[in-house]
Design a protein around this ligand. Structure first.
Ligand code: HEM
Length: 116
């Protein structure tokens, strides 16, 4: 069904183990992440895999956050491989968390779009 940012706010509690909107913690700040080039939160040290995906053109839309969350590592490797940059699909992302539930993924992506 449709995306629900209010429900996504509750889902985001799981992300808050590692993320905040406005500061880097274990994970990068996610305020403004929707519409942002991957791997570019100021002051955060990314894995080469996450960094290289941004350099190869990955921008965080709601749609590709929904596609990323079930298996972040696989998503980033596929993105680079599909771009003809399998040689840059090195190592593993530091984001080990996975979110399988599709409705929750859609809702949290809608919530992220509200974070500045
Ligand atoms: C990276 C979203 C949960 C740790 C990211 C990125 C997104 C994201 C979009 C890429 C950011 C960028 O390129 O600037 C989410 C969402 C979560 C969630 C929506 C909850 C549904 C978590 C949790 C942890 C975590 C629970 C820690 C256990 C990280 C780390 C990175 C990251 C360390 C950097 C990855 C790297 O450099 O390879 N997350 N995350 N995330 N996340 Fe999460």
């Amino acid at each position: 069904s449709a995306q629900d940012a209010a429900k996504g706010e509750a889902v985001f509690k799981q992300c808050m183990t590692c993320h905040r909107a406005d500061k880097n913690m274990v994970g990068p700040a996610l305020g403004g992440a929707v519409g942002r080039k991957a791997g570019t939160a100021a002051g955060f040290t990314y894995s080469p895999l996450n960094h290289n995906s941004g350099e190869a053109g990955l921008v965080w839309t709601q749609e590709n956050i929904v596609a990323y969350l079930p298996d972040p590592n696989a998503f980033l490797k596929k993105f680079l491989t599909d771009k003809g940059q399998a040689d840059k699909a090195v190592g593993s992302t530091k984001m080990t968390f996975k979110l399988a539930n599709e409705q929750q993924r859609k809702d949290v992506a809608a919530y992220l779009a509200t974070l500045k």
